[in-house]
Design a protein around this ligand. Structure first.
Ligand code: SF4
Length: 260
C-alpha cells in the first residue's frame, strides 16, 4: 500500500473515531502524541472451541407442537419460543419480575447484541436496553451506521435479577435455552457480547471481559466480539474505554460487511 493510501486510511479512521466520540457525547478531544504505526498493528484474531450447551433444552422438538413431523416454520418457532419465555417459571427470577424481557429488533439481523439481564427500566417496560445504558447502546449502534431496528438485542437472562446483581450460574443455565434458540433462529453474521456475564455464557469461559474484549471468538461458527457493557462504560467513561469499544465495533462493522 502506498504512503498516500496509508495517510488516507489514517485520516478516514481518525474521522470515524471522532464521529463515534461525538455520537457518545464527547465535545472535546485533547491533542495526543501519535504512536508509531508498528505499535498499533491489529492483534491477530483468536478463537476458542465452544463446547455444546449443557443446559436442558426448553424448546419443543421441531414439528412436535403441531402434532406432525413437519419442521415448524421460523415465525411459528419464534411465536412458540416467546410464549414459553413469557410464561416461564424455570428459575427464581420469575418471582420478582414485572415483565419477561424476551428480546427486540430484527429477527433476521446480521448483528445480535447480547447483554446480561434486564435492569429496572427494562423490567418495567419489557424491552431490553431502554435505560441509560440502552441510550448509550443506541448511540454506539448509530455510530456503526446502523439503526436499532436493524439489529437484534436480547439478554442472557430474561427476568431482572434483584438489585441488578449478576445472574447466578443456575439462572443462566435455566434461561440458556431461550438465548440458544434465539441465536439459532436469527443466525446472525456476528454477535456482540456486552460485558463479562454475556461473554462467559456464550463462550463457556471463566475469563473476564478485560482479557476477552477486542478479540474474535466463535459461538457455533458465529463470530463473537466481547466488549464492555454500556453500563460499565457509563460508570467509567474514560477515553481509553470509549476507544476500546469503538475499536471493537469497527471490527464488527467490517465483519458484517464481509461477503455482502
Ligand atoms: Fe425463566 Fe429465564 Fe425468567 Fe428464569 S430468567 S424465570 S429461566 S425466563
Amino acid at each position: 500500500m502506498s504512503e498516500t493510501a496509508n495517510v488516507s486510511d489514517i485520516h478516514q479512521a481518525a474521522l470515524q473515531r471522532l464521529r463515534f466520540e461525538r455520537a457518545m457525547g464527547v465535545e472535546f478531544v485533547p491533542r495526543v502524541t501519535m504512536a508509531p504505526l508498528a505499535a498499533v498493528r491489529q492483534v491477530a484474531p483468536q478463537s476458542v472451541r465452544i463446547p455444546e450447551a449443557s443446559a436442558e433444552p426448553a424448546k419443543q422438538p421441531a414439528g412436535s407442537a403441531n402434532g406432525t413431523s413437519e419442521p415448524l416454520d421460523r415465525a411459528t418457532r419464534w411465536q412458540a419460543l416467546e410464549a414459553r419465555a413469557l410464561a416461564c417459571t424455570r428459575c427464581v427470577l420469575h418471582k420478582g419480575r414485572h415483565h419477561v424481557v424476551f428480546g427486540t429488533g430484527n429477527r433476521e439481523a446480521k448483528l445480535v447484541f447480547v447483554g446480561e439481564g434486564p435492569g429496572q427500566d427494562e423490567d418495567l417496560q419489557g424491552i431490553p436496553f431502554v435505560g441509560r445504558a440502552g441510550q448509550l447502546l443506541n448511540k454506539i449502534i448509530a455510530a456503526m451506521k446502523l439503526a436499532r431496528e436493524e439489529v437484534y438485542i436480547c439478554n442472557v437472562v430474561k427476568c431482572r435479577p434483584p438489585d441488578n446483581r449478576t445472574p447466578l450460574p443456575d439462572e443462566v443455565a435455566a434461561c440458556w435455552p431461550f438465548l440458544e434458540e434465539q441465536l439459532e433462529l436469527v443466525a446472525p453474521k456476528a454477535i456482540v457480547a456486552l460485558g463479562s456475564p454475556a461473554s462467559k455464557a456464550l463462550l463457556r469461559t471463566t475469563q473476564g471481559i478485560m482479557s476477552l474484549r477486542g478479540k474474535w471468538f466463535s459461538y457455533r461458527g458465529i463470530p463473537v466480539m466481547p466488549t464492555y457493557h454500556p453500563a460499565f462504560l457509563l460508570r467509567q467513561y474514560t477515553e481509553e474505554n470509549r476507544r476500546a469499544v469503538w475499536d471493537d465495533m469497527k471490527k464488527v462493522v467490517e465483519k458484517i460487511k464481509e461477503g455482502q
